[in-house]
Design a protein around this ligand. Structure first.
Ligand code: KG4
Ligand code: ZN
Length: 341
C-alpha cells in the first residue's frame, strides 16, 4: 500500500511516497531555513507563501522519484496539527484538492505522531515502547502503546528543549536554528566549565522545565558582558548540552524502569543531537534497555515520517472528509476531525 505524505507545518515543504509504512520510495524536502535565518526565526507569513510556491513542484518530484503516478497512490496523508496555522493550511488544502481530484482517501496525521513514525521507516522498532519526542515545539515522554494509541507521561511546563537550544544559541551569536551549532560547539568545550541549574518540577517527576536553564545561560552571558569578561562559547555550549543530557537521561530511564518498558525510542529534531544520542546509548547499555533512534535525515521535519504514520492511521480507518481543517495546537492523544468511518 502506497501513501503520499505531505508536510508543511513549519519551514519545510516536503512530500514523500512510502510503501506499507516502512519503505521510503521518495522523500523530497525543500527547506526555507536560509530565508528565515535573516530574521532570526521562522516568519509565519513567509513560511505560508513559500509552501504555496513549492508544494506543486515538490509533489510532482516526489511522485516522479518514486516512479508512481497519482492513480497508483492508495491514500493521501497530510500533517493537519500542530504547527503554524497558515503553513498547515497550505498542506491541508492542497491534500484535500488532490484527494478530491484523484478520488483518494484523505488521512489526517498529527505531526508528533509522524516524528515517532520516523523510527518505523529506519530502524524497525515496533510499539509498545517509551518515546522521548523532542523538537522545536515539544518535549514529551510518551508511552506509545500501539501505532495509534499514545499516553503522555511527562512534558515540559514551559519551553521545549529545541526552543531552549535555539534561544541559548542566539545569545551566543549562532545563526537560526541554533541547535546544531550548539551541538558542534559543545564537542569542543568543557562540560564542567559552568554550573547550570537542573530544575525539577513539583507534582510529576517526569516533567521538564527548560526555561530556567535557558535563562541561566542568558544571565551568564549578560553578566560576563557587563563585566567585560569573555565567555567561551564552546564551554557554555558544552555545559548547556551536558545539563540537557542529564535532565533527559534521568527522567527517561526512571520512566522506563517504573513503567516497565524495555525499548526506549528518540524522535524529533533534537534527537539529532550527538550528545543526547551518545548519552542515551551509554545509559541504555548500562541499564539494559534497547535504544532506537532515527538516522539524522529522519530526525528533522520530513514527509516520509508523515506518510509512514499515515499508513497506520489509514489501516485503522482514520480518514477525514472535505471538512478537514488545520489545528495549530493539539495534544498527540487527540484527534480533531470527523472520522469518515
Ligand atoms: O522536529 P523539528 O525539525 O521541527 C519541529 O517540529 O519543531 O525540530 C527543530 C528543532 C530546532 O529547535 C533545532 O534547533 C533542533 O530541532 N535541532 C537540534 C539539532 N538539530 C536540530 N538541537 C540540538 N542539536 C542538534 N543537533
Ligand atoms: Zn517537527
Amino acid at each position: 500500500m502506497k501513501i503520499l505524505g505531505i508536510e508543511s507545518s513549519c519551514d519545510e515543504t516536503s512530500v514523500a511516497v512510502v510503501e506499507d509504512g516502512k519503505t521510503v520510495l521518495s522523500n523530497i524536502i525543500v527547506s526555507q531555513i536560509e530565508e528565515h535565518k535573516l530574521y532570526g526565526g521562522v516568519v509565519p507569513e513567509i513560511a505560508s507563501r513559500r509552501h504555496c510556491e513549492s508544494i506543486v513542484n515538490v509533489t510532482d518530484l516526489a511522485l516522479k522519484e518514486a516512479g508512481v503516478t497519482l492513480e497508483e497512490i492508495d491514500a493521501i496523508g497530510v500533517t493537519y496539527a500542530p504547527g503554524l496555522i497558515g503553513a498547515l493550511l497550505v498542506g491541508v488544502n492542497f491534500a484535500k484538492g488532490l484527494a478530491l481530484a484523484a478520488n483518494k482517501p484523505l488521512v489526517p496525521v498529527h505531526h508528533i505522531r509522524g516524528h515517532i513514525a520516523g523510527n518505523y521507516i529506519s530502524n524497525g522498532v515496533k510499539p509498545p515502547f517509551l518515546c522521548m519526542v523532542m523538537s522545536g515545539g515539544h518535549s514529551h515522554i510518551v508511552e506509545v502503546k500501539s501505532y495509534t494509541e499514545f499516553e503522555i507521561v511527562g512534558r515540559t511546563r514551559d519551553d521545549a528543549v529545541g526552543e531552549a537550544y535555539d534561544k541559548a544559541a542566539r545569545a551566543l551569536g549562532f545563526p537560526y536554528p541554533g541547535g546544531v551549532h550548539m551541538d558542534k560547539a559543545a564537542k569542543l568545550g568543557n562540560p564542567k566549565a559552568y554550573h547550570l541549574p537542573k530544575p525539577k518540577v513539583d507534582g510529576n517527576p517526569y516533567d521538564f522545565s527548560f526555561s530556567g536553564l535557558k535563562t541561566a545561560v542568558l544571565n551568564l552571558i549578560n553578566n560576563a558582558n557587563q563585566k567585560g569578561v569573555e565567555v567561551s562559547k564552546n564551554d557554555v555550549a558544552a555545559s548547556f548540552q551536558q545539563t540537557v543530557c542529564d535532565m533527559i537521561a534521568y527522567r527517561l530511564i526512571k520512566a522506563a524502569k517504573e513503567l516497565h518498558y524495555d525499548k526506549i525510542v528518540l524522535a524529533g529534531g533534537v534527537s539529532a543531537n550527538s550528545g543526547i544520542r551518545a548519552r542515551m546509548e551509554a545509559e541504555c547499555e548500562k541499564n539494559g534497555f534497547s535504544l532506537f533512534m532515527p538516522p539524522l535525515k529522519y530526525c528533522g521535519d520530513n514527509a516520509a515520517m508523515i506518510a509512514a504514520q499515515g499508513y497506520y492511521e489509514f489501516i485503522h480507518a482514520k480518514t477525514a472528509g472535505m471538512d478537514l481543517n488545520a489545528t495549530a495546537s493539539l495534544p498527540i492523544t487527540d484527534e480533531n476531525f470527523n472520522c469518515l468511518l
